[in-house]
Design a protein around this ligand. Structure first.
Ligand code: C2E
Ligand code: MG
Ligand code: MG
Ligand code: MG
Length: 279
């Protein structure tokens, strides 16, 4: 009986693993097809200051699968990272973002700064800086209009090299922000030695900031530390007025979240920029 049960469990496991594996393989193939046919889209989410003025937009990748519908980047990016497919995808994202910002300018909508998320693999490739320079050159986007978002993890991996790259980026006049700040393990004082311009407080702290005193304390700590270091602070995931008010009271200068605007395709961003923005 026990043996039979063990066998069933084993069979169940095998099937689950096979299915999971099959799922992975099929997702990987679908991803490849999306790369080959350029089936991705880039959405943009505004970042605004205390007065509601646009500071920048963040480029967020979207993949509409023919059968599955929209697949979250939180799902397919890690997969693409593990298969190496993130490289052609990242290249496409960077180029698209640069060209889209130039298109906005050509429509008379001003010079919008765009923040692009970097993957660890992309950042650690020896060709990273060269590819970046080339993309800026080929598209013609001024480096000042580009910002790169890195996670703490990327910087912890190979600190010496990472710091060299950050200095090179500063030399190129490309700004860098630390994304999802507070979720990694870097100490606040560690930031002092990094040539970065912005920290983005992770959504998980913003979510309960009005209810949870511990989250509130962390957020206050990050904002005051960033202030002393001369860094801009962005609070991501702002969904309510109460959250924005509390963060503003703590001294946060930039806000991003559904309360302000959702990520949107370029055409909608153009409309957003053209319409008067409420304070
Ligand atoms: P992230 O860089 O931290 O991006 C912010 C995420 O929060 C986005 O999710 C955005 O849609 C979502 N968000 C913004 N405001 C709110 C809000 O008020 N409430 C809630 N609940 N969510 C909000 P998204 O677009 O699903 O992207 C997830 C993650 O995937 C990103 O997190 C980023 O790490 C990664 N990602 C997205 N696009 C790219 C890309 O082009 N390249 C790379 N390497 N990673 C990307
Ligand atoms: Mg980001
Ligand atoms: Mg973020
Ligand atoms: Mg986040």
């Amino acid at each position: 009986q026990a043996k039979q049960q063990g066998r069933n469990t084993y069979q169940w496991f095998t099937r689950a693993i096979t299915e999971k594996f099959g799922e992975r393989v099929s997702m990987r193939n679908d991803l490849q097809e999306a790369i080959d046919t350029q089936a991705f889209q880039l959405y943009y989410q505004p970042l605004v200051d205390r007065d509601g003025e646009l500071v920048a937009v963040e480029a967020l990748l979207r993949w509409e699968h023919p059968r599955r519908g929209f697949v979250s980047p939180a799902v397919f990016i890690p997969l693409a990272e593990s298969t190496g497919q993130i490289m052609p995808i990242s290249r496409w994202v960077l180029e698209r973002a640069c060209r889209d910002m130039l298109a906005l300018e050509q429509k008379g909508l001003g010079r919008v700064k765009v923040a692009v998320n970097l993957s660890p693999l992309q950042f650690h490739r020896p060709s990273f800086l060269a590819t970046l320079r080339q993309t800026l050159q080929e598209t013609g986007l001024p480096a000042e209009q580009l910002e790169l978002e890195l996670t703490e993890g990327i910087l912890m991996d190979n600190t010496e090299l990472a710091i060299d790259i950050l200095h090179a980026l500063r030399g190129m006049r490309v700004d860098v922000s630390i994304d999802d700040f507070g979720t990694g393990f870097s100490s606040l004082s560690y930031l002092r030695q990094l040539p970065i311009s912005t920290v983005k407080i992770d959504r998980s702290f913003v979510r309960d900031v009005t209810r949870n005193p511990q989250d509130a304390a962390i957020v206050q700590g990050i904002i005051s530390m960033a202030g002393h270091l001369g860094l801009r602070v962005v609070a991501e995931g702002i969904e309510t007025r109460e959250q924005r008010q509390q963060l503003a009271d703590y001294g946060c200068d930039t806000f991003q979240g559904y309360l302000l605007a959702r990520p949107m395709p370029l055409e909608d961003l153009a409309l957003f920029l053209a319409s008067p923005q409420p304070a």
